[in-house]
Design a protein around this ligand. Sequence first.
Ligand code: SAM
Length: 329
Amino acid sequence: MPLTDKFGRPITDLRISVTDRCNYKCVYCRTGNEGALYGDLPFADYLRMARVLVELGIQKVRITGGEPLLRKGVIDFVRQLAKLRTTGGEELDIALTTNGHLLAEMAQPLKDAGLRRVTVSMDAVDPDRFARITRVPEGYDNVLAGIRESRRVGLWPVKVNCVLMRGFNEDQIIPFGMFAREEGVVVRFIEFMPLEEDRVWSPNTVVTLDEILQRMGEYRPLVEIPHARSETARRYRFDDGVGEIGIIAPVSRPFCGQCSRIRITSDGKIRTCLFSIWDHDLHGQMRRGASDEELAEFIGGVIQKKEARHHIGEPDFVPASRTMVHIGG
Ligand code: SAM
């Protein structure tokens, strides 16, 4: 039995940020002036945390950041993680979220080390727009090469995550539908959340699930695919069976009641919700010499503090104590 929080939600999904540095400065995420704000830890420390958590019932581990491929040693970290077994004796489901800039040359070694799946973030399918969003010249070709190489080596399915912001890139909805069909990837649109450094979010910056479905439907009819209860994305395929898209709608269709996640930040803090206003110092426990049993006890207590839900768009909303890049998305 996995650990369960006080609302009865089983906690099976762990995200580990291995750095809060990033080589992109996406306009909806970072100011472009701030660099890393928090330190990172030796991989052996993340591995110990992961091992203790897997013994408590974690089944999926996603490596993220910042940009995780900037961290030297990340391939070996995947290799070490892949040796862990779930409480049921199965292999862990290991995935990675990346901007894809360095992925082309790392996809094969990552796959060989035991990575199963990759999610690549991409907010436009046009090179000029892509450069304006990321504020990095000529990244588009690298990312496309990374996506294609990931498919080639069997990091399957390759998911491409696109955050839509009104007035900025919502005209990319149909081009992304075409991209999903042509490239054989699952494109997932994510509603923009108030987690950016610049605090530009307002309810009308969010391009909602309903709008995305309507716009995509003008291109081709979509058919909903039944999804597992714990899945955050609503899934659709095009009527001719070619191409899949997903929509992750934390703002217009919150899924907090099914949340199975906890996160570890690059500096070793546990966060029980993206929108937490505090975090819990797991690495501090390790520094004080806690045994594995004591760490497990600490984690068990923290999980009982997992928030019922986020309060996005409500009058009592309090911004999270860290922004997305410093949490690990
Ligand atoms: N550097 C990696 C990448 O680009 O995927 C991993 C970290 S990045 C912070 C993780 C994901 O969070 C990206 O898909 C990014 O688009 C998304 N993201 C960042 N800020 C967001 C926001 N305010 N709302 C929704 N998604 C956001």
